[in-house]
Design a protein around this ligand. Structure first.
Ligand code: PLP
Length: 388
């Protein structure tokens, strides 16, 4: 009896994803891989591992390799590494900057990243510069003056949905000898491929749309060049600092990835419909979504993003904090919870989380648009706004 695995090469990402990167389990023919729970693996009488690559589960395992291979293929990268959370992945990348070095980070990005980088850099004597990457001229000037070791972008940014010009910034980084890393969590690799635009590293919180079911924490970093110094450091960090993803979580992530393209397709469509509805609503002050023509970087977003603009958007409600909180409180279908990229739509008042001094407007609500029917999402927003 013999059967062959589907060949990954030449397959459309949708097909790769549907098969979770390829084929059945060779040992049993099972169409989904088994969950390997063992932490340690035996050696033979000559002290060679019985199965090459299987020594201790902090180092590596087949499920990591399968999931990492699939994500690397989606990103157009050469290797990926899974981490225990998005923040563990952020930390592994940030730690490539040695004491005395410089890190240039886009301002007003995911609060957890900003907070972590501020604390890490202060502790490790790394100069941290925060600058608005949507202002290309100012950002690249900053880059050429400060000559950072690492540049960190988030595209599109959370929760302001700003869009940085990755290609131009990548060119400047390569002239300045800086490593460019892009957090593309809010876009997914189906919409944005930073490595194709010249970035060295791309990172995702796999907690979000990659898994898509709000039931695991995970992170992933992918490199263009597996022989680079930065990748050696990041791989060492995963193995030696040990922020590895659990076997069950890796299995869940691989299962979630099977439906990524369907979910992204629906979420894109829903988010665009919701943004269009809100953009003309009399009680809305502003809608922040790169898919809208009114977005200041709409043309750039269109040129960088494929097949849609993602599922994250923010709105500012007329009437300030009270009005925003009362809209959030009146929503039925949108759940009041943090996070993004899940099948269920969520609403969040970011100011409550980040507080004074964070720069978040008090009337801002962030929406993560899920896979429900667009009409139900719009009706829910309509009734909540009508109750103002
Ligand atoms: N990057 C972005 C853009 C995020 O939105 C988040 C979490 O919300 C993270 C990174 C951190 O990911 P995690 O919560 O998986 O640690």
């Amino acid at each position: 009896m013999s059967a062959t695995l589907p060949k990954a090469e030449g397959l459309h990402p949708d097909s790769l994803l549907a098969h979770a990167g390829g084929g059945f389990d060779q040992a049993t023919g099972a169409v989904v891989p088994p969950i390997q729970m063992a932490t340690t693996f035996v050696r033979d009488e000559d002290y060679e591992p019985v199965s090459p690559g299987h020594v201790y589960s902090r180092d590596d395992n087949l499920l990591y390799q399968k999931t990492e291979g699939l994500i690397a293929a989606l990103e157009g990268g050469s290797e990926s590494r899974l981490f225990a959370s998005g923040m563990a992945a952020v930390a592994a990348v940030a730690r490539i900057v040695k004491p005395g070095g410089t890190l240039l980070v886009q301002s007003n990005i995911y609060w957890g990243t900003t907070l972590f980088l501020r604390k890490l850099c202060a502790r490790n004597k790394v100069a941290l510069i925060e600058a608005d990457a949507a202002d290309l001229q100012a950002f690249t000037e900053e880059l050429s003056i400060t000559k950072p070791d690492l540049v960190w972008l988030e595209v599109p940014s959370n929760p302001f949905l700003k869009v940085a010009d990755i290609k131009s910034i990548a060119q400047q980084c390569s002239q300045a000898g800086a490593v460019l890393a892009v957090d593309a969590t809010a876009a997914t690799p189906l919409i944005l491929k930073p490595l194709d635009l010249g970035a060295d590293l791309v990172m995702h919180s796999a907690t979000k749309a990659l898994n898509g079911h709000s039931d695991l924490l995970g992170g992933v970093v992918t490199t263009k060049d597996a022989a680079s110094e930065s990748w050696t450091l990041i791989s060492e960090e995963r193995k030696l600092a040990g922020a590895v993803l659990g076997s069950f979580e890796t299995w869940l992530l691989l299962r979630g990835l099977r439906t990524l393209s369907l979910r992204v397709e629906r979420m894109n469509k829903n988010a665009m419909a919701v943004a269009d509805f809100l953009a003309t609503h009399p009680r809305i002050e502003a809608v922040l979504y790169p898919g809208l023509k009114s977005h200041p970087q709409h043309d750039l977003a269109k040129s960088q993003m494929q097949s849609g603009f993602g599922s994250l958007l923010s709105l500012q409600v007329k009437g300030g904090r009270e009005a925003a909180l009362s809209v959030a409180g009146a929503l039925d279908l949108f759940q009041r919870a943090t996070s993004l990229g899940g099948t269920e739509s969520l609403v969040e008042h970011r100011f409550t989380i980040e507080g004074q001094g964070s720069g978040i407007p008090e009337n801002l609500l962030r929406l993560s648009v899920g896979i429900e029917h667009a009409n139900d999402l719009i009706s829910d927003l309509d009734q909540a706004l009508a109750a103002l």
